[in-house]
Design a protein around this ligand. Structure first.
Ligand code: GLN
Length: 192
């Protein structure tokens, strides 16, 4: 399995470190031709407007959309915004996944928080369904899921923070900042 991590901006190094730790070949992606040999791609957290602008300047927008039609993509935080069909404002996005996202839905950086989530889908990689400790940093909310997209996890008040549509995965939080590799292994199951 060969997984790429979009390395235009944000915390791509942390994703690469986790992938390598669980024995997966991982590489940084900055140019269209680097997508060629990949089985899946992770788009990291960071700043979605910056990732979008850089993707336009590096001529990556269309190659990423074509890649996503065939292969698995997982967007974490800013990456989820970039993967979505609608970010509720004008900025370059891939427009692939049938979700709308609300940027900075929890307020400013100081309002960042951590919380334990129940994510039954993770039982696919670990039958013991213990809580998933999720880290939210100026996070987006998944405002709605449409079509084939489904919610994978919600906050206690019901607001959606993880979703899946076929081989596309979106999380509002940052699994690369925890020691828990279940979400990475779950993504591998979609890429495999
Ligand atoms: N607030 C950022 C955005 O809107 C996302 C933050 C993050 O990725 N941690 O792009």
């Amino acid at each position: 399995m060969n997984i790429g991590v979009l390395a235009l901006q944000g915390d791509f190094a942390e994703h690469i470190a986790i992938l390598r730790r669980i024995g997966v070949q991982a590489s940084e992606v900055r140019l269209p031709h680097q997508l060629e040999t990949l089985d899946g791609l992770i788009i990291p957290g960071g700043e979605s407007t910056t990732i979008g602008k850089l993707a336009v300047s590096y001529h990556l927008l269309q190659p990423l959309q074509e890649f996503g039609r065939e292969k698995a993509i997982w967007g974490t935080c800013a990456g989820a915004i970039f993967l979505s069909r609608d970010a509720l404002r004008q900025q370059p996005i891939l427009g692939l996944m049938d979700i709308t996202v609300e940027r900075n839905a929890f307020g400013r950086q100081v309002e960042s928080f951590e919380i334990d989530l129940d994510v039954p889908a993770l039982m696919k990689v670990d039958p013991d369904n213990h809580p998933y400790h999720a880290i939210f940093i100026r996070a987006p909310l998944i405002g709605s899921v449409q079509g084939a997209a489904q919610s994978l996890a919600t906050l206690p008040d019901g607001r959606i923070v993880a979703a899946q549509e076929g081989h596309w995965l979106a999380t509002s939080f940052h699994p690369e900042l925890t020691g828990d590799d279940r979400f990475h292994r779950y993504f591998l199951s979609l890429a495999g």
